[in-house]
Ligand binder design. Sequence first.
Ligand SMILES: [Zn+2]
Length: 1008
Amino acid sequence: MNPSKPALTAVFFALLFAPQSLVSQELNSTFARDPGQPIDKQYTDQIHKYTTDPSFTSPLVDYLPASKTVPTPAKVLGDISGAPDILPYAEDVYRYFRLLEAATPRVKVFTIGHTEEGREMIAAAIADTALLSRAKENDARLAQLADPRTIGLDDAKARPLLDLSWPVYYITGTIHSPETGAPTALMELAYRLAVDDAPYIKYIRSHMIVLITPVVEVDGRDRMVDLYKWHKAHPGQDWPRLLYWGHYVAHDNNRDAMAMTLDLTRNVLDAYVSWHAQVLHDLHESVPFLYDNTVGDGPYNAWVDPILADEWAELGSNNVAQMRSFGMPGVFTHGDFDTWSPGYLMFLAAMHNGISRLYETFGNGGADTEKRILRPEDYSRTWYRQNPPLPVVTWSQRDNNNYEQTALLSTLSYFSRNTHHFLENFYLKGKRAVEKPTLEGPAAYVIPADAASANRQIELLKVLKRQHVEVEQLTSEISSTVPGEKRGEKPKQETFPAGSIVIRMDQPYSRIADALLDRQFWAAGDPQKHPYDDTGWCFPHLFNLKVVRVVDPSVLKAKMLPLDDPSSLAGKISGSGTLLAVANTGQISLLSLIYKLKHATIQIAEQPFEVAGTHFAAGSLLITVAAEDHIAETVHDLGLDAARLAEEPSVAMHKVNPPRIAFMHTWLSTQAEGWWRYAFDSAGVPFDYISTQAVAEQTELRAKYDVIVFAPVGRASALEILNGIPVWNNAMPWQKTDLTPNLGTIDRSDDIRPGLGYDGLAHLKTFVEQGGLLITCEDTAQFAIETGLAPGVSVAPHDDARVVGSVLNTVLVSPDNPIVFGYGSAGIPVMSANGMVFNVSNMLGRTGGRVLMDPLTDALDPYAKRATGRGSVDDSDEPQGRKIAEPEPLIKQQPWEAGPLDEEQTRNNPQVIPVQTRPDVILRFSDAKTLLLDGLLEKPGSIAEHAVVVDAHLGQGNVLLFGNNPIYRGETIGTYPLVFNAILSYGHLAHESHPASTTNSASAGLQK
Ligand SMILES: [Zn+2]
């Protein structure tokens, strides 16, 4: 505790019972207390005691009404909400909500699902008994308003529904586990809403239902409470930062509202949709003291209904004005958070005809009361923050709880006074979503039937289903007019075969489908210079699928039927014979098949082959199945098709043994790798999960593993990966103990500080040299390069190019390489965080690629260096008066290639990399004109045509380097197979076919 506490406390009492709060209460009678209701003196005293400055509270929360029957949060917490040193586990929070439910008919608690680790998620509904007892009838009305097709889009039929209905306002707490204040604030808020007889609260509970999920990330909450308990038990010591907020990811659980991979996202959306709620309001903690980022900043997401933008402005501005009237400093609603990406949890509502809202309040990452020193950008007065936060404060969890509750209560009050207006908007947004084909369009998105893409189509349709989007399938072929690719191009006719998928836009949740399936463009000159998150996410590109945007509304008249089960698109086994062939068409589950068919003999074709007119690409699997493998079921479950063959095709092939995979993580951060772990788990690819510390201990890696996956850490340097966290102070255990029962379950360490170390690096190097495959990406690729694991590869300078989570186009450089088996010849769209690219070289040392420049002035273009003389820039000069001596032909190096070496460079040069050890470029970015698919791209010169996926060779093994992230947020299904193919062919990535010459391959040519 702060030593100056007693003195401060004395000051509070003087101020709190002085006229100040009474005055503001009298002036602002909207939030006056019920003078007849007694207050809970003891609880109220504690509120005052833990509030560190009189301006950090309000007349709404500076007392607690007393109840003879309903327990206060103190019953469970042992002290009040926001008391120092107390962080309840989710289970304790739930216990309190269930005590409330038992004590008052105004509270009902529901299970809304479970987490990846099996913990319960709840929602509590709070309103007058009269509302809760008729919640079902109300919901039946809201369901009609939510889907205006049910009333024929008839406003006259909507009116009585609007008059009779009351709205549902859904508040969610602590999605981000180190942001710890919300659960206790929401416990007390629930008590107030159920018990307080202040007229404005009575009005709230008689006019709307407040739905509360007090803990969204339950797995992470329990780990955070463990850590906090460890911290309290070890005063004065450093305590670990929270790893494994959730089972898979950390902060990114608030980026999952697009692909909806995590249980918490699915559970919250299901609850939101099933209650037909109007608002989803998330509580976060970061900036001081309360940023209501409902209004945010531009650019706004291009697919939201303008009604929503008006609602943001209305609610945000009103909320901030109310808070200002209470004299609470540091409340604002503008800020520079752009509302472009629809990935945030709250955005589930924005994309499902509701209102998305989010508060950032100030928090200490635990329940300690701390002196906090703010940065100038946080305490400066700006046009949108006229009463800014104080520059230095003593901040408590109670202060946080005061801000959260005051803001919520005042906004609920406003909402309760305007329920008709917000319900009407809810209905209108649903109606306009259904009218999309005839308003702004498009009419539909069509995914043409295509067996080769079915596996990835299923994955996309699963996302749309999780988003509650209706999916249909054509029963017969149709022809439709589709717009040209570019503005000004003529529309063209496109034919869609029977079985093609139609996502109709005349449905209530058309907006989310439109936002995911359309393309995104972020202008380089946009006034917003700091995109908050990804600027592009077009799912058809990221899933490597053809999806056609159809504006012609006649498509909606075609005969189609609902497609309830997307998995029905695959699972066929055709033909007869004992041998089974599964064509490689870029499915995400070929690798899983190897593990599922435990008793089968599986071979992989090294070249393409034809059987009875059917083409099988290189990388197709040939399987002799054992009966116990239940092949039909397995093929169906994995979304694959198979063909029975009468005899083995005559094609080069080799046997596949299930690769033994280790998944190596650091103790620095586990989020980016968490998305990879999620992908492996959900695809059914087994692995050992080991830390860099385990690799440091393990001398015989190759004996145990064939592949080590070192997924991105997240902006970690090579030194950080090697050194870990400084070991100057105390050890930081991550262990399951009586004190910390939720730690040490995914992985454990006596002390998470040490990193990979030089022993670990040596072990990794030996592993690769002995034939292992090391897979790296972004920062771990940089690590591999900087530590000498990837001879001939360097990270190309790319700082001048501006890429912020953009979808970029690539070209296959080595179309026969097993890593791109199944991809055909077209380029693969990739997600690029910042435009990371590689240079490759045939020599060690300072070498590498070139940037694209004007060929006439490019210093690296050999012909640009010619001297003044006869001919053109492409000719050689010719001295007069002697025989012409032909120079060595100069070879133009392409940006993705290694510079060719001649005898001058290779003579007695130990730096020259042996041919079999030179890196193979698998994918490169396309040229500057065609590089951008979705999002932001500015100054592409330094990255265009550069290598983005490279396979480096070291000893007998391989180090695969990704500049893009092929496994990202469950959104990049189209590039998963690059990783899985590499694993499948881990022992066959050596480039035997590479021409043993000093010059480059066919793509290198003379410039004419
Ligand atoms: Zn947060």
